[in-house]
Design a protein around this ligand. Structure first.
Ligand code: GLU
Length: 507
């Protein structure tokens, strides 16, 4: 088999949403699994949809994802340039060739004329009129006009587009790796513009020419491009490239969590979770859309979650490193049905990754947040804090938000706990316990626990009476990790001090 070469071909019309990142990821996994190459090509021929900063955003966010390209606008390669606007001159000869071979034609119709045709057809009972083999005969194009007229119009500088001449009643077949045979009758297809009056090709022509010239072996892209695929097949045929046509694989849609429709760029934040890999600032409105990176997600968790939106390994394994995904990935295991986005599962993945990290690594990340909050703490201390809190956290920032008491004494005491657990006798118990603890020479978690339980036994008290009170003294909260671990880490002096303060402040 010839070399596997795939491409990710975004248009810089805005930030890349997770559907786009998933397409890039599957291309990457497929290429690496097959020992092939992945190319990043920027498809920017539709200048009316150009968005400032989108291209840089795409490059930066894919980099954060760890999706590396073998050839791209950044790194170059043997098949460049990799940006369509820089390949401008390349496309017209192919469009002209198609006209010469009678597979395409020039069309001079103005917007008003196109509109009038649609109105006419609608009035005649055609629900969705198209520029096609029937209507083209009534329009201003090189098939309907005389050769002289066409030449005259061109000489006069009239603007025109080039349209594909869609044949009548032909079945176009393509064997999609994911969807199987797809058959479309050309009667349902229109004479698409392949070259625009601004001197640039449309997506269809540029995409096919570039895939051919860049020797792309597999086109892996979102399902929304499936309706365009038959046209692409025809273009390969008409350009005489059918033998080197890439194989197609159209990926299932990513659906909203309730399964009702495609997850869109606009759903981000509206549904309470990011739909972009990294934060996007709209250059015009300055509106900020949140990203997984800035929301504290681990990139491995993000990639792991994305990989499962449409693919599964066929086993119960859920946690995969990028290399693990490369090894396990195949297009045969990509489903056809839309994949519902599951935000809870995304958080779950992050939790799994957080738990699997060493305390040293977590401490490094927590230290950054501590510094931002003006907290200074020894690495050793922070490592133990991470050890104690990591089972309860989804994000590193949770360890700060839920564990502030490790770094400073509580100033407030959880009202509910006080109401329910701080009884008349509680101050007496707390001060007696405090005296016992003050006598401990070994302030290890185990010893504190033994001492605590001994005190309960001697006084015939249940855990539920004193433990919450003890906890609220040390942390201000009603819940948290093992209190004996916390006390031991805080040390005897601090523990005693916090108990004293609580005794003064509560009541
Ligand atoms: N430029 C298209 C996009 O924005 C690429 C579609 C394809 O991969 O053919 O998604």
């Amino acid at each position: 088999m010839s070399e596997v070469r795939v491409r990710f071909a975004p248009s810089p019309t805005g930030p890349l949403h997770i559907g786009g990142v998933r397409t890039a990821l599957y291309n990457y996994l497929f290429a690496k699994n097959k020992g092939g190459k992945i190319i990043l090509r920027i498809e920017d021929t539709d200048q009316s949809r150009f968005i400032e900063g989108a291209e840089q955003y795409i490059i930066k966010s894919l980099k954060w994802c760890g999706i590396e390209f073998d050839e791209s606008i950044v790194d170059g390669g043997n098949y460049g340039p990799y940006k369509q606007s820089e390949r401008k001159e390349l496309y017209l000869p192919y469009a002209e060739q198609l006209v010469k071979d009678d597979f395409a034609y020039y069309a001079f119709d103005t917007t008003e004329e196109l509109l009038a045709m649609r109105e006419r057809m609608k009035a005649a009972g055609v629900p969705s009129p198209q520029y096609n083999s029937v209507t083209r005969t009534t329009m201003q194009n090189s098939l309907a006009l005389s050769e002289d007229e066409v030449q005259m119009r061109m000489d006069a500088g009239e603007t025109y587009v080039i349209r594909i001449k869609m044949p009548r009643n032909e079945e176009i077949k393509l064997n999609d790796i994911i969807r199987g045979w797809v058959v479309v009758n050309t009667n349902n297809m229109d004479d698409k513009v392949i070259f625009k009056s601004d001197g640039l090709p449309t997506y269809h022509l540029a995409n096919v020419v570039d895939d051919y010239m860049m020797k792309i072996s597999h086109v892996i892209r979102g399902e929304e491009w499936l309706p365009s695929a038959p046209l692409h097949v025809l273009l390969y045929r008409y350009l005489g490239w059918e033998d080197s046509m890439p194989k197609f694989a159209h990926l299932p849609l990513i659906l909203k969590p309730d399964g009702n429709g495609k997850l869109s760029k606009r759903d981000g934040d509206k549904l309470g979770f990011p739909v972009f890999p990294t934060q996007w600032v709209n250059p015009e409105t300055k509106e900020i859309s949140s990203g997984y990176k800035e929301s504290g997600y681990n990139v491995e968790a993000f990639i792991n979650m994305l990989s499962f939106l449409g693919w599964n390994p066929g086993t119960t394994q859920e946690i995969f490193s990028m290399q693990g995904l490369i090894d396990a990935f195949s297009l045969e295991r990509v489903g056809r049905a839309g994949a519902k986005f599951d935000f809870d599962k995304t958080r779950w993945f992050n939790q799994q990754y957080l738990r699997s990290k060493s305390k040293e690594k977590l401490a490094q990340e927590l230290q950054i947040i501590l510094k931002e909050n003006g907290v200074e703490a020894e690495d050793n201390f922070v490592e133990t804090v991470c050890d104690q809190l990591k089972e309860r956290a989804t994000f590193v920032k949770d360890m700060w938000e839920e564990g502030k008491y490790y770094f400073s004494a509580p100033t407030n005491y959880d009202e509910k706990t006080i109401r329910k657990k701080w009884k008349e006798d509680t101050p007496k118990y707390v001060s007696e316990l405090k005296a016992k603890l003050a006598d401990l020479s070994d302030f290890s978690s185990e010893n504190i626990e033994i001492e605590f339980k001994k005190y309960l036994e001697e006084n015939e008290l249940g855990m539920g009476i004193l433990l919450p009170a003890f906890r609220v003294c040390l942390t201000g909260l009603g819940m948290g990790p093992s209190l004996f671990d916390i006390a031991s880490l805080l040390g005897k002096e601090e523990t005693i001090k916090r108990m004293e303060t609580a005794l003064e402040k509560i009541n």
